[in-house]
Design a protein around this ligand. Structure first.
Ligand SMILES: [Fe+2]
Length: 338
């Protein structure tokens, strides 16, 4: 059987371009976002913008050659300055560029800064955002309860759907990760939103945890593990009731998985994780390190996987098929795209 490439186009939704801290005032950087070259820049007053990298008038790559000037990004040679909304702010004097160029635009992606990330909206048919991602407690400056924020970035050779589908593939947890599988629970689905809640038995020193972060008392414990998705780009995880010591429970873990579809074979995942200060010194780091390493077990599989259009399941309406039905809402028909 030849390898089947993933058959769907770039998905619609909010996706992560980079971290807020990655672009300083007056700075611009190139990214590949949903098969498009884009420039992300921050004006001198601090406003962020994500534009098509190619100057709407000249085609010059602003991500490579452009410079931020005041509240605009300047296209070299012709001196055209672009506003953050992609409209033309100014044409360089004596540039020879006709004044009609003022009517040209460079495509501007709706974007926002939230939860420590810069998000841009991608829609194959260029429709406007029709949902929001929420501000997640713990990632917007609330520091009294939470310990240090830990950041990870993974470049993965597959698409977001394949990565997300992993979470509903219960069988792989013990086989790939050597960890107990999350008990199967019915997902709560509301449009673009999907939520699962699972009572989960955890081994703090599971196979993914580096020796240096093993806890002294590796007693198993049960936690309530909640996973929430807003489209394919933003996933929030929350564990509660984690043991603080032998008799006290109440520690918490939070995580955001902010994803970017690069193209039809590559994705970038950016993870932020935090635990409450009461478990930060020992158990918290074991949990964070174990989750950060766990994805490394999946990566070789994703590198070589072929897409199976109709997986044979014991129950035809199993979680993977339900998941695929939910995810199908994020794909537009490429034939309608301009
Ligand atoms: Fe996995």
């Amino acid at each position: 059987m030849p390898k089947q490439e993933f058959p769907f186009p770039m998905p619609n939704g909010w996706f992560c371009v980079t971290r807020v801290s990655d672009i300083q005032n007056g700075e611009s950087k190139p990214f590949t976002f949903c098969e498009k070259e884009v420039v992300a820049f921050r004006t001198e007053s601090g406003k962020v913008s994500v534009l098509d990298a190619y100057c709407g008038y000249s085609g010059i790559n602003l991500a490579i050659s452009g410079t931020v000037e005041g509240e605009t990004i300047n296209s070299p040679r012709n001196g055209i300055k672009w506003n953050i909304d992609g409209s033309c702010a100014e044409i360089g004097k004596d540039s020879g560029v006709p004044k009609e160029a003022m009517d040209v635009t460079t495509f501007s992606y709706p974007c926002q800064e939230l939860n420590g990330f810069i998000w841009a909206w991608h829609h194959l048919l260029k429709e406007k955002p029709y949902f929001e991602i929420p501000a997640i407690d713990g990632f917007n400056g609330e520091d009294s309860k939470w310990g240090k924020e830990h950041h990870y970035e993974y470049h993965i050779n597959t698409v977001l759907q394949e990565i997300a589908e992993n979470d509903v593939d219960q069988a792989h947890f013990p086989k790939v990760h050597g960890s107990p599988s999350l008990p199967e629970t019915e997902a709560i689905i509301d449009g673009i939103y999907r939520k699962t809640i699972a009572e989960t038995l955890m081994n703090p020193n599971n196979d993914s945890v580096s020796k240096e972060f093993h806890v002294a008392d590796p007693s198993m414990f049960t936690t309530t593990f909640t996973r929430e998705s807003w489209g394919l780009g933003c996933v929030g995880l929350h564990m509660v009731n984690l043991p603080i010591d032998e008799t006290t429970f109440g520690g918490e873990f939070i995580m955001i998985n902010a994803s970017c579809p690069v193209d039809n074979k590559n994705s970038i995942l950016r993870w932020s994780m935090r635990v409450t200060k009461d478990i930060e010194d020992e158990l918290g780091m074991a949990i964070i390190d174990g989750i950060a390493n766990g994805v490394l077990d999946d990566m070789p599989i994703w590198d070589h996987k072929s897409y199976v259009a109709q997986p044979i399941l014991c129950d035809g309406d199993g979680p993977i098929n339900k998941f695929r039905k939910w995810v199908s809402q994020f794909y537009s028909d490429p034939l309608q795209a301009r």
